[in-house]
Design a binder for this molecule. Sequence first.
Ligand code: DAH
Length: 353
Amino acid sequence: MALKDELRKLEQDTLSSVENASTLQDLETVRVAVLGKSGSLTGYLRNMGNVAKEERAEVGKAVNAARQAVEEAIDARRAVLEVAEMDARIEAGAVDITLPGRSQQIGSRHLINRIIDEVSDIFLGLGYTVGVGPEVETDYYNFTALNAPADHPSRSMQDTFYVRDMSGDSAAVRGESDVLLRTQTSGAQVHAMEDKPLPIYMIAPGKVYRRDVADPSHLPQFHQIEGLVVDKGITFGDLKGTLDHMCKQIFGSNRKTRFRAHYFPFTEPSAEVDVSCGVCAGEGCRMCKGTGWLEILGCGMVDPNVLQMSGIDPEIYSGFAFGVGVERIACLKYNVPDLRMLLEGDMRFLRQF
Ligand code: DAH
């Protein structure tokens, strides 16, 4: 019977297509072509009406047998392909747990800021306030109100950046502007005395600027922390005790301090403070140039003129002031040999702190 041969051929072809389907998608295409609504095998079932009555049972049996064989083959092939595709997906999404991880880089505070925080904490613990002054300052706050009137020789101790007035004011263009980048944080003292109620116990950290070329011991921009106390009955003993406490907190309780007479226009008497060398414990070494001491700050009793200029009666009030270089503390505490290293942003250097 020709029909039976036809069916057998269709079954054989379909079974080999099923076997050759390499994806679930291919398999589905084969299924639809044979068993779908207008599939080839479905066509035989549809056409049963045209088959002669006496042959119908036999043809029907043959078509159903073919359909069953094809369905079984498809189900078996589907099971195999599903496992293979799952394996492929797992393989593709696999994480290589032997690769080193990409660690998150966590930033930290720069050494300069850390020291400012550390010194601020020491003085907050003593009941001081922490303030800031303006970096662009007038000549009055940077010099005049600090007892250094025009032509005072102390002005030449600090080479100043003047801010040029772009309006074309000829005095400013000639460098006679009275607006400047502050050379010291001491102007914060004047702002505090003008603005704050008495008594005053404050520090003011911040940036200062000087016309210096950067070298191992100079930077054109650096940081200072200014301190000011104004109250009744403040003595040089208060100054010494406070700064000795600060040095021991920063460098360690075994360090000694010494006060050397010095000159600053805004304090009288004035002193420079040295801390005993941490490398040789005061014996004398290269770090301290054989002296056993390292200079760390300037200080003194606020000059009565300075109090008076800011409207404070020096007959009733007295005070002390100090100014300490933040980079200097960093170098002395961590033996940094060159100030410029603090600004270069070299992570190998910065990570050490
Ligand atoms: N302003 C001084 C400087 O930059 C440091 C200083 C010295 C500040 C003595 C003070 C002080 O308040 O009393 O060299």
